[in-house]
Design a protein around this ligand. Structure first.
Ligand code: GAR
Length: 296
């Protein structure tokens, strides 16, 4: 199994937030009760004053403050609630505490975070200030699986915005937040549809002779290749995965790479290429795009 998803039923999601919760709002909006992808059933905060809790209450979603009295007690309470509510996927959205290796291990592959930079660049705090100090021309946001590091962990999806002359940390923050509110729900749909997952043992077997090539890719390149492997598997073409990842898979591999690209970022030139592939490939690709609700 590459991924515990898709579940075959709507997912039950929890969001953990420490502050104002604009990303939480976007997730509540994207995954309301009755949504076929799933719904946000629980919001947890380490900060009883967090505006995020009010946003959840306003929408009738269970909101629980677990005031921070140390990591061990917070995590024990959080874990008990997550289990009691039958949560499938946990989303950190401006949650400003580091979780313990034990907690992360228990949720690995089902625990996501959003960070306002193009990781692996600029992990940590004061991101927008540091991006400006670094003279970057471009920044963005990253949704990633949480592992034991800070803002490390396999990337699910990234989005980019330009840094413009005259930008301040505030203008940059606003631009990146706008992006994040669209990026996070889309990343969640990729995970829930089984098209994004952390590399594991199942993947090594699937990739076969392409495994060393995959391991040599940068953290930003890997998600594209993972989507290709997942798409070909979903299309019943597991045996083509190694050749596809080595650039030799023919029309099906092309279709999978084009689809995998378009799933992350729309591009007219790639859509045009897709339209020219044999019909059976094109139809599969279109179905793949529909899976994360991209318009055709
Ligand atoms: C977001 O920009 C999120 O990426 C960032 O905090 C902000 C929360 O805003 N998270 C981190 O920096 C985690 N390392 P919000 O409370 O309005 O969603």
């Amino acid at each position: 199994m590459l991924s515990p998803f898709p579940l075959g039923r709507p997912a039950r999601m929890a969001v953990m937030a420490s502050g104002r919760g604009t990303n939480l709002e976007a997730l509540l909006e994207a995954f309301p009760p009755g949504n076929p992808w799933g719904e946000v059933v629980l919001v947890l905060s380490d900060n009883p004053e967090a505006y995020a809790l009010k946003r959840a209450e306003r929408r009738g979603v269970e909101a629980v403050a677990i005031p921070w009295r140390g990591r061990r007690s917070f995590e024990a309470e959080a874990q008990a609630l997550l289990r009691a509510r039958g949560v499938d996927l946990v989303l950190l959205a401006g949650f400003m505490r580091l979780l313990s290796p034990g907690f992360v291990e228990a949720w690995y592959g089902r625990l996501l975070n959003i960070h306002p930079s193009l990781l692996p660049d600029y992990p940590g705090l004061r991101v927008h200030e540091r991006v400006l100090e670094g003279g970057e021309k471009e920044t963005g946001s990253t949704v990633h699986f949480v592992d034991q590091g800070m803002d490390t962990g396999p990337i699910v999806l990234q989005g980019r915005v330009p840094v413009l002359p005259g930008d301040t940390p505030e203008t940059l923050e606003r631009r990146v937040l706008f992006l994040e509110h669209r990026l996070y729900p889309k990343a969640v749909r990729l995970v829930l549809s089984g098209l994004a997952f952390p590399p594991g043992e199942g993947l090594k077997a699937l990739l076969g002779e392409a495994w060393p090539r995959f391991q040599g890719l940068s953290p930003r390149e890997k998600p594209l290749y993972l989507r290709v492997a997942a798409l070909l598997s979903a299309w019943g073409l597991r045996d083509r995965v190694p050749a596809a990842l080595l650039g030799q898979g023919g029309d099906w591999a092309r279709g999978a790479f084009l689809t995998a690209h378009l799933l992350a970022e729309d591009h007219p030139a790639l859509r045009q290429e897709l339209a020219q592939l044999p019909e059976e490939v094109r139809l599969r690709a279109e179905e793949g795009l529909r899976r994360v609700e991209l318009p055709l």
